[in-house]
Design a binder for this molecule. Structure first.
Ligand code: IMP
Ligand code: MG
Length: 177
């Protein structure tokens, strides 16, 4: 049984702040990709809420792909050992790829998927993350679009899970001090 931690969560970023920042990101991305063949590559499962809210605000023509990664290690830290559970469905040659991720921590996951997608010869690859635990970075990667730089806390909500649960919490929360 999963303990219901919702009443113990502290608010780090409110629902309104998330949506306001997504609106700004969407404006920037819409300017940068205007007229270009764009594919959003959403990383399952944590980034689905962010992907949907961002996608709805883009004033662009684009298609969407989904990939799923898994990382051996514990549930709270990604190891460098990452595997692809689900890869792209369609060819992406002649398309610009924008990877949409919920959070970057060590950077291993984003670095891994960026390198992997290069093999499919897209026109370009860029990355958009909602949350950046910048102080924790190990891998050599800097996201192109960042929603919020956050401190090193374990985050739950807005897609981010605690043992697979509570992704539907509609703000960005954390446990503990
Ligand atoms: P990285 O490979 O260390 O950059 O970690 C990225 C992945 O770890 C994300 O896609 C999340 O699935 C997970 N992750 C990292 N920090 C958190 C957190 O605070 N809460 C929930 N998941 C996290
Ligand atoms: Mg994830």
């Amino acid at each position: 049984m999963i303990k219901d931690v919702r009443s113990q969560l502290n608010v780090l970023i409110s629902k309104d702040k998330i949506q306001n920042r997504i609106n700004q990101l969407a404006l920037n991305i819409s300017n940068d990709y205007n007229g270009k063949p764009l594919t959003l590559v959403s990383i399952l499962r944590g980034s689905i809420f962010f992907t949907v809210d961002l996608a709805r605000k883009l004033d662009l023509i684009f298609d969407m792909e989904f990939v799923e990664l898994s990382s051996y290690g514990n549930d709270f830290e990604s190891s460098g050992n990452i595997k692809i559970n689900k890869d792209l469905t369609n060819p992406v040659e002649n398309r610009h790829l924008l990877i949409i991720e919920d959070i970057i921590d060590t950077g291993h996951s984003l670095k891994f998927i960026t390198e992997h997608l290069k093999k499919y010869n897209p026109l370009s690859i860029a990355t958009c993350v909602l949350l950046d635990k910048a102080s924790k970075r190990v891998a050599d990667i800097t996201p192109n679009y960042v929603g919020f730089v956050i401190p090193d806390k374990f985050i739950i909500g807005y897609g981010l899970d605690y043992y697979g649960h509570f992704r539907n919490v509609d703000y960005i929360g954390y446990l503990g001090e």
